[in-house]
Design a protein around this ligand. Structure first.
Ligand code: ADP
Ligand code: MG
Length: 675
């Protein structure tokens, strides 16, 4: 029976933690119940149904706990709901004010919680009761008993997978003590501490879970860094020389990251590095200088972007940068015709193009490089792991650099991209104008149009964005279309264009090109406008139904403006009242321009799964630990795990830890070489 929950050993059972606790310490026995506020009782339903109180229809439940009975009464109620929700023999916890009426104790409109009926029988014993998620066919009482028996049976024999040296130094309880305390907490424990997993026992379990995950990641990374690769050894002076050819000076952060990359390239092992930087922080130029190093040493470099328009943008930037060095650049996208493609493929295979920019077209089977030494992937969240791997296959263990503007708190990034080294560009190029962000009420259309008119008359450009709602794409489409008509009517002298999910790709590209060229002044669209698009003359971003977006997404959209030296504005239009929590959430956008801070707020609200999109995020499934709530413990666990592997590279000092690692993460992390 236990096997339905993948519980086949006593060890599994002990790791089957309660999902909540009942605080029986505050419960009153019905026989001892005194009238008063905030009383809590538990019992079984002895009878329930409609009744009359005088001429008034009421709903009544008679609840008994073996010591006595009380009456629960409702004067306002939905008959169908009440009749449907409560049945004889159900277990209930009721709380509220107890009063006396004709010698009977009663609660009027109590707060109810339905509980497992067999919890009720143990009402006499005080304490905190664990509640387990349902195991088919087994009552709570039985599960509790089996857990208690197992703990007793294995007393003194439960092995601890954590190395004792670490456990003692961090003052973590022994495995056995922590299991005991999680299943049957000390009666003095505060329920809040318990529910928030802040007891020493829970903290220990959280640490343990993180520790083994990080140990697996550390091992994985070690394997990767042992692979043989091509050393690209370019002296620092070279980079400094190339920098003088740029139209600007690198920021300190760009220079630091470039050095981290150059140090990797020098190694005879392939680099695997993620560069994270807020929108506009200047990741591209850093990547291109890395490409320059590869090219200098006779290798080819390839940059893959998620869309044609982004690829074209990178292509132009690369042409400008590489022209003085007479380095030809190729652009490879899906829109080349067959003969153009063939010619490009031929030249790339001969090594005539040292730098190749492209879209997914780069992973095409037929494409081969002469000597691919560096692979760069832009906006990596748009690509699957497989595409990264396929492109990598086209070289002989080339160095890999991935770039992302999704600002993820450092520890979380380390966890998700555990096999990658992380660089952060945490500084904006100088001279960037702050983007002034304001919330605009749905009804303040006039203000909105005034803002639009103002930037248009200045010769600036702007975006108006609608959310894309999955269940019904029609709604925002209609809204966007209506807005398009309205704006065209109000500003007849300006060019307005409409873009949405159903616009054909070539038309989309054409519109984006005209917008970049300044021929279109206002772009009205759903969220299809490209990430990473760089139009310095755009100074206004209007986002309708702003409450429907995640904060990080709003931040990304907002990053489309403020890319030049002119002051920019972002207007978040919302119908929410200012008292609504959703409205207050949006206010964060007005208060900070720091993508990392915004991401953290977002993570607090939505959790990492929603934030990154659970499916493609590759987030590990955790049992007790929570990446956001417990990030401090994660940091410690990571340090300890990496340090431990340094001291004991083959994990031979602690057999049970090695076994635990293999069992928990061996398969998930494809750890080949744990013996
Ligand atoms: P992102 O990190 O969002 O990909 P980009 O690489 O597109 O940002 O850079 C945004 C803009 O900033 C580009 O126009 C780029 O030329 C410019 N830029 C990059 N680095 C600097 C710098 N150090 N000083 C001034 N401008 C810079
Ligand atoms: Mg970019």
């Amino acid at each position: 029976m236990f096997q339905t929950k993948e519980i086949s050993t006593a060890g599994d059972l002990l790791r089957y933690f309660p999902y909540k606790y009942l605080d029986r310490r505050s419960l009153s026995k019905i026989s001892e119940l005194q009238p008063g506020k905030d009383k809590v009782i538990a019992g079984k339903i002895l009878a329930c149904g409609m009744a009359f109180a005088g001429r008034r229809k009421i709903f009544e439940i008679v609840l008994g706990d073996g010591t006595g009975t009380v009456s629960l009464k409702w004067f306002r109620f939905n008959p169908r709901h009440m009749m449907g929700s409560f049945k004889k023999d159900m277990g209930l916890i009721a709380s509220g004010e107890a009063t006396r009426f004709r010698n009977q104790t009663q609660f009027i409109h109590p707060i109810l919680e339905i509980i497992d009926a067999d919890v009720v029988d143990e009402i006499a014993a005080p304490g905190i009761i664990p509640v387990y998620s349902q195991i088919q066919g087994l009552g709570q009482k039985l599960v509790r008993k089996v857990v208690a028996n197992s703990l007793r049976m294995f007393q003194g024999n439960i092995e601890d997978p954590l190395p004792p040296e670490i456990r003692e130094r961090l003052r973590l309880p022994h495995k056995e003590a922590s299991l005991q305390d999680i299943h049957f907490p000390e009666p003095a424990t505060s329920l809040e501490t318990l529910v928030n997993h802040r007891t020493p026992a829970f903290k220990r379990e959280i640490f343990e879970e993180f520790f083994f995950m990080e140990l697996g990641l550390a091992l994985k990374r070690k394997t990767l860094t042992r692979e043989k690769g091509q050393s690209i050894d370019v002296p620092e002076e070279k980079f400094a020389e190339w920098e003088t050819r740029l139209p600007f000076r690198l920021t300190g952060a760009q220079r630091r990251v470039l050095k981290e990359i150059a140090d990797n390239l020098r190694e005879p092992h392939p680099m695997n590095r993620l560069v994270q930087g807020d929108v506009g922080s200047g990741k591209t130029v850093v990547a291109m200088l890395a490409a320059m190093a590869a090219i200098e040493k006779g290798y080819q470099a390839a940059l893959m972007a998620p869309t044609e328009i982004l690829a074209a943008q990178h292509y132009k930037a690369a042409q400008k940068l590489f022209a003085p060095f007479k380095i030809p650049v190729a652009l490879l996208t899906g829109s080349l015709d067959a003969s153009e493609k063939k010619r490009a493929h031929g030249r790339i295979a001969k090594g005539m193009f040292p730098f190749v920019v492209g879209t997914h077209a780069l992973v095409a089977e037929k494409l081969a490089f002469k000597s691919l030494g560096l692979v760069i992937i832009d906006e990596q969240h748009r690509f699957g792991v497989l595409q990264r791997a396929t492109l990598k296959e086209k070289g002989d263990n080339p160095h890999v650099l991935v770039m992302t503007a999704t600002p993820i708190p450092r520890t979380l990034a380390m966890t998700i991209y555990g096999d990658l080294d992380l660089s952060v560009i945490d500084e904006m190029p100088p001279g960037r104008q702050a983007i002034r962000t304001r919330l605009v009420g749905e009804k303040a259309r006039r203000q909105l149009y005034a803002a639009v008119g103002e930037i248009l008359s200045r010769g600036d450009q702007g975006y108006i964005v609608y959310p894309l709602i999955e269940e019904s794409e029609k709604l925002p489409l209609r809204d966007a279309t209506r807005m398009y008509e309205e704006i065209r009517r109000i500003f007849p002298r300006y060019q307005v264009a409409l873009l949405h999910g159903k616009t054909p790709q070539d038309e989309k590209d054409a519109v984006m090109r005209s917008f970049k060229a300044g021929d279109i002044h206002l772009l009205i669209s759903t969220t299809v406008i490209e990430v990473g698009i760089d139009v310095p003359n755009a100074t206004l971003m209007v986002i309708e139904h702003a409450e429907r977006f995640g904060l990080s997404q709003l931040h990304q959209l907002r990053g489309r403006v403020g890319r030049g030296d002119k002051p920019s504005h972002c207007l978040l239009v919302t119908g929410l009242a200012s008292s609504n929590p959703g409205f207050r959430r949006l206010e964060v956008m007005c208060e900070t321009a720091d993508g990392f801070k915004i991401a953290e707020e977002d993570l607090k609200i939505r959790g990492p799964g929603d934030f990154l999109g659970t499916r493609q995020s590759g987030l590990p499934e955790l049992r007790v630990a929570n990446l956001i709530r417990d990030y401090k413990i994660l940091e410690v666990a990571r340090q300890e795990a990496f340090a431990w592997l340094e001291r004991d590279p083959t994990l031979s000092m602690h057999a049970f830890a090695k076994e635990t690692l293999r069992r928990r993460w061996g398969e998930k992390l494809a750890l080949a070489d744990i013996g």
